[in-house]
Each structure stands twice: as structure tokens, then as C-alpha cells.
Write a new protein. Structure first.
Lengths: 113, 110
């Protein structure tokens, strides 16, 4: 199947700093990618849809100015958590569709101290 | 009402047991249905798609009832390696995002 990578896999940062997470489709092109967030013992919740060549669409309750999404190319989407706070600590996962199936990145575990 | 609801867990079963998970979804326009498996601190991985006619993959059987908006997963002859969280997932088809249930944790005990 198709492969999606994420980087970094784990990041620990101080409160107030910004963190960038990259999501890459390695062997296919993705005009759309999805960013999810998962808190402990909770389900994956869609944060936003990343669209190549246009603005991302955000789910209700997700601050677009805090979670900046840039779909720079057909194989790369980035999520930047700006001015991170401890409540932003979570597991962030991206996915990209290919041939009717969704492929997930391995996730990025963010811990904000 | 949540879009996708699943059995509350956890399910603790002995090896060799048969276990069933249930799921309901609220969006009648949903087109695709899946069961994903998620191991602790890992990303979800597709276990199987679910078709209206029902489908089987080894020890795993999935059923879909569109009229009732109900999905099920049956695991026979449980193995220790089946221990994970099972996520019921639906989407509207095409490049639309997936909608996840909260997941049901399964622990298979020796």
C-alpha cells in the first residue's frame, strides 16, 4: 500500500514555542490530506483538511490561527502549532487518500511542558 | 448524538474466545465503512472494509446493516496478538475524511 511519513515522531517543547509537523506522501500524490488529533483514551478527531493550492478547511472549534496548515506540494502538508500550551499536548496524525483508501502517517506525539 | 458510536470497553476475553463489537452511525449518507485497529501509541491501521453483503477475512467477519445503520465485527478464536483498540470508521466516500468511533479496547488473556 501507499506510504505516508510524518516528522518528527516525537517532540517535547516549552510552552509558548511553535512546533512544525510534516506529513509526506512518499509514493503517491495527495491533493488532500487530513490532520487528526487524539487525546489519551479518546478517538481521533479531525482537525482540518489540507488542500494543495488552496486554504485548509478547519473543523468547528479548531483555531486556524493557532494551527497553521500549509499544503506546499502534492506530497507535503505541514501543521504548525503556534504558541503551544500544555493543553495542546496530544498525538497528531495525518492521513492521505489514495485509490479509495486512507493511509495514515505514524503520528507525532507532542508534549508541551 | 455522536456520529459513530461503539460498544463501551474494555473487553477482556480468554484466548480462543469469540468476541463481537458493535457500532452505529448517524449519517445515513455514509458510503464507506471500515474497522481499524490501533495499538497503543501507534497510528490506526486498516483491519478490513465492511460491505453490505458481509465479508470475512480469516478469523474476522464484518457485517453492515444500512437500514439500521449498524456495523459489527466478529473475531473468532482470539489470539493474544488481537489485543488492541478496534475503531469503527465511516466516511462519505471519495476524498472525504474518515469519522472515527471512540474505539473499543480488547484484551485477550492467556
Amino acid at each position: 500500500g501507499a506510504v505516508v511519513s510524518q516528522h518528527p515522531s516525537r517532540v517535547i517543547c516549552k510552552s509558548g514555542t511553535s512546533v512544525k509537523i510534516e506529513c509526506r506522501s512518499l509514493d503517491f500524490q495527495a491533493t488532500t490530506m487530513f490532520w487528526y488529533r487524539q487525546f489519551p483514551k479518546q478517538s481521533l478527531m479531525l482537525m482540518a483538511t489540507s488542500n494543495e493550492g488552496s486554504k485548509a478547511t478547519y473543523e468547528q472549534g479548531v483555531e486556524k490561527d493557532k494551527f497553521l496548515i500549509n499544503h506546499a506540494s502534492l506530497t507535503l502538508s505541514t501543521l504548525t502549532v503556534t504558541s503551544a500550551h500544555p493543553e495542546d499536548s496530544s498525538f497528531y496524525i495525518c492521513s492521505a487518500p489514495s485509490s479509495g483508501e486512507q493511509f495514515f502517517g505514524p503520528g507525532t506525539r507532542l508534549t508541551v511542558l | 448524538r455522536k456520529e459513530v458510536e461503539q460498544d463501551p470497553g474494555p473487553f477482556n476475553v480468554p484466548e480462543g474466545a469469540t468476541v463481537a463489537f458493535n457500532c452505529t452511525y448517524s449519517n445515513s449518507a455514509s458510503q464507506s465503512f471500515f474497522w481499524y485497529r490501533q495499538d497503543c501509541r501507534k497510528e490506526p491501521k486498516l483491519l478490513m472494509s465492511v460491505y453490505s453483503s458481509g465479508n470475512e477475512d480469516g478469523r474476522f467477519t464484518a457485517q453492515l446493516n444500512r437500514a439500521s445503520q449498524y456495523i459489527s465485527l466478529l473475531i473468532r478464536d482470539s489470539k493474544l496478538s488481537d489485543s488492541a483498540t478496534y475503531l469503527c470508521v465511516v466516511n462519505g466516500g471519495g476524498n472525504t475524511p474518515l469519522v472515527f468511533g471512540k474505539g473499543t479496547r480488547l484484551s485477550v488473556i492467556a
